[in-house]
Design a protein around this ligand. Structure first.
Ligand SMILES: NC(=O)c1ccc[n+]([C@@H]2O[C@H](COP(=O)([O-])OP(=O)(O)OC[C@H]3O[C@@H](n4cnc5c(N)ncnc54)[C@H](O)[C@@H]3O)[C@@H](O)[C@H]2O)c1
Ligand SMILES: CC(C)[C@H](C(=O)O)[C@@H](O)C(=O)O
Ligand SMILES: [Mg+2]
Length: 345
């Protein structure tokens, strides 16, 4: 059966970085000798404009049938005040595809320590993975809008915590064997449930060293001692915030990929950054986060480990050779950076 890859360019820099991932996929598939069928669908603000819906029915059907969904980004000032927002389409897609596990690695590439805002000796060797719960918590609880008062609710069930914790324990087992569960158990009931479920599961993983950290302390630790972390397990909102912070520690948000996985084989693969309205349309966006997200798709959903490694190696080489976009203090355009990576595949 033909591998089906759905591209959702979305808004702002989304189409620019998706173009980069497509160029890399075209070359790497030829080199590794596999074929695929690519489709493009409307999503986010662009889909509000064309269909009146950020996640139109035909996009939903294509994503449900896909082996992997590669997303650029959604959102922007044009839609921010509207009654329907692009971000609602993103949340609906994550929920309907059941992608509860969001993997967000933050690794400083060897030789590139100077990219970090932290002192090089502090960031050298930083290699962490944030495992973020993606389909529960505050993002999906009951909500009431209001001009005088508003309400968001946070709910987690034992099952929801168990399934994401299992992913994190397994990931730690395959890495350096250290798991830090991040919560706010000194205040939140959901965090106290989270902590007790994670503790219960620790008995199945005697080879993993588990600790718990409050999210405020974790935010501090992430900049004062990022190399202390191996795998960070956390809920939806905390994972959103800490992953942007970790990406900056590792050099730039423009470098950071993610994989959103469920119980099936497919998944959603997207850079962690947004539509970057401040640089959209200027050919300046760093395509690496999206290209490395493609590598995660090849590894996790498409059975193409060799292609994933080929891409990761080419990205490292291009950066080590001094290529980079403006966010890295370099002068390559999105297209030049993409070409530099393609040449090194
Ligand atoms: N997954 C997603 O689609 C996603 C993720 C985050 C934010 N958003 C949305 O994007 C819109 C803009 O949000 P924001 O400005 O807070 O966050 P953002 O991530 O879009 O941008 C934050 C900063 O990082 C820079 N940046 C982002 N991506 C970059 C890249 N590839 N190369 C170089 N620099 C890059 C931007 O120029 C900006 O200065 C909002 O509507 C938000 O909801 C969407
Ligand atoms: C756009 C927004 C809903 C989204 C999130 O918070 O999950 C984004 O910030 C991300 O990190 O993918
Ligand atoms: Mg975010």
């Amino acid at each position: 059966m033909t591998t089906k890859i759905v591209f959702l360019p979305g808004d702002g820099v989304g189409p620019e970085v998706i173009g980069a991932a497509e160029a890399v996929l075209a070359k790497v598939s030829e080199q590794e000798g596999f074929s695929y069928a690519a489709e493009h669908h409307a999503f986010g603000g662009a889909a509000i404009d064309s269909h009146g819906d950020p996640f139109p029915t035909e996009t939903r059907a294509a994503c449900l049938a896909a082996d992997a969904v590669i997303l650029g980004a959604v959102g922007g000032p044009k839609w921010a005040g509207g009654s329907v927002r692009p971000e609602q389409g993103l949340l609906a897609m994550r929920s309907e595809l059941g992608t509860f596990a969001n993997l967000r690695p933050a690794t400083i590439m060897p030789g590139l320590e100077a990219l970090s805002p932290l002192r090089p000796e502090r960031v050298t060797g930083c290699d962490l993975l944030i495992v973020r719960e993606l389909t529960g918590g505050l993002y999906f609880g009951d909500r009431e809008e209001g001009s005088e008062a508003a309400l968001d609710t946070c709910r987690y069930s034992r099952d929801e915590v168990e399934r994401i914790a299992r992913i994190a324990f397994d990931a730690a087992r395959g890495r350096r064997g250290k798991l830090t569960s991040v919560d706010k158990a000194n205040v939140l009931a959901t965090s106290r449930l989270w902590r007790s479920v994670v503790d219960d599961m620790a008995t199945d993983y005697p080879d993993v060293t588990l600790d718990h950290m409050l999210v405020d302390a974790a935010a501090m630790r992430l900049v004062s001692a990022p190399t202390d972390f191996d795998v960070i397990l956390t809920e939806n909102l905390f994972g959103d915030i800490l992953s942007d912070q970790a990406s900056a520690v590792a050099g730039s948000i423009g470098l950071a990929p993610s994989a959103s996985l469920g119980s099936g084989k497919g998944g959603i693969f997207e850079p962690i950054h947004g539509s970057a309205p401040d640089i959209a349309g200027q050919g300046k966006a760093n395509p690496v986060g999206t290209i490395l997200s493609l590598a995660m798709a090849l590894r996790h959903s498409l059975d193409q480990e060799a292609a994933a490694v080929r891409i990761e190696t080419a990205v490292s080489k291009a950066l080590a050779d001094g290529h980079g976009t403006f966010d890295l203090g370099c002068s390559d355009s999105t297209k030049e950076m993409t070409a530099a990576i393609c040449e090194r595949l």
